[in-house]
Design a protein around this ligand. Sequence first.
Ligand SMILES: C[S@@+](CC[C@H](N)C(=O)[O-])C[C@H]1O[C@@H](n2cnc3c(N)ncnc32)[C@H](O)[C@@H]1O
Length: 374
Amino acid sequence: MTLVDSAAHRHALAGRLADGGFLRTSPWRAAVETVPRHEFLRGGFFDQVKGSAPTAWRPVLPGTAGWLERCYADESLVTQIAGTVVPGDIRGEIMRTPTSSSTMPSLVVRMLEELQVDDGNRVLEIGTGTGYSTGLLCHRLGDELVTSVEVDAEVSSRASAALGSCGFFPELVVGDGLAGHKEGAPYDRLVATCGVLEVPHAWIEQTAPGGVILATLCGWLYASELARLTVGDDGVAHGQLLGGQISFMLARPQLPPPLGMLPDLDDGKERETVTGADVLNNWSARFVTQLAVPGAQRLTMQRDGRTENVLVDVDSGSWAAVYEDGGRWLVRQGGPEGLWDRVEEQLGRWYAAGAPELEEFTVTVTPEGQTVRW
Ligand SMILES: C[S@@+](CC[C@H](N)C(=O)[O-])C[C@H]1O[C@@H](n2cnc3c(N)ncnc32)[C@H](O)[C@@H]1O
């Protein structure tokens, strides 16, 4: 591989991202044209095995035909599986959950543009990952203004080596980014490249008044959206969802609890419902549902010859099974909270308001917690 090869790929990537409307300003374009993404993928990545269920992953190592081209394609590349496994560890395939990745470049640059940085801004990034987005921030602002927190020490150390090989030396911190990094506060901008259930108030405390926080609000039903909040003088952050149906890995401490032993799904009260489980196939409706039952996880089961969509809240032990029967929808619920009652009520209010787009949702975070409204 020659430097010329990589320069051509970087320029071509920048051109495609600009054509797609993701890369909009010249400082970020210069960063994409300069920072070599392949240097952050020297450990290889995992390819999803087509048609596998459950999903299997196969390593793609540097030197493999097409590796360099893939590093400059607009795709997310998984770099770690099951919390420890990297591509060099595997021959064959692995069927576990991805835990670290290099985010697709269009989303990386969209977020950097949406962060609205000015020269001289101090930035805290949560989720260093491969370090590619950290490298772009260093190019744009200078190493001394960039701090990045990664929960996984080995991931952070690989990012540190990659950043160093590109001549970038930001402050890299190993720890739970949900706590921010108060030693370096206040920051002018905070950007999270892992999803969160709620924006932690620590981030607001560590961001200067007028500063911007950009993070992806996720949930356990896996509908997520970018949110941009501005921090006020009163320690309250307010802003809105930006739309675009983006997905991110959840911050590790906020991953859903194991389902464990399922409750007895026969032992519940059955009734007809106007809200069919098919609403959960709609991204926005699923986001709204997730707000109504934030502790619920979804699974699909074949029972008595039919498909049942089941929501289970492990903490409260509540559950709801929703299924079609002769052209009508039925729900059977158990446990202390009527999960589907809450979903019906929340979705009913959202539909009554004209089912506003997620971009019309506002987000407010106070010391007491986060409120999402439409
Ligand atoms: C999608 S990757 C980051 C991509 C990265 N920005 C890049 O360009 O390669 C998300 C990262 O967030 C990290 N992460 C998850 N939970 C975290 C937490 N609580 N604090 C800090 N990092 C976290 C993961 O280990 C993972 O490396």
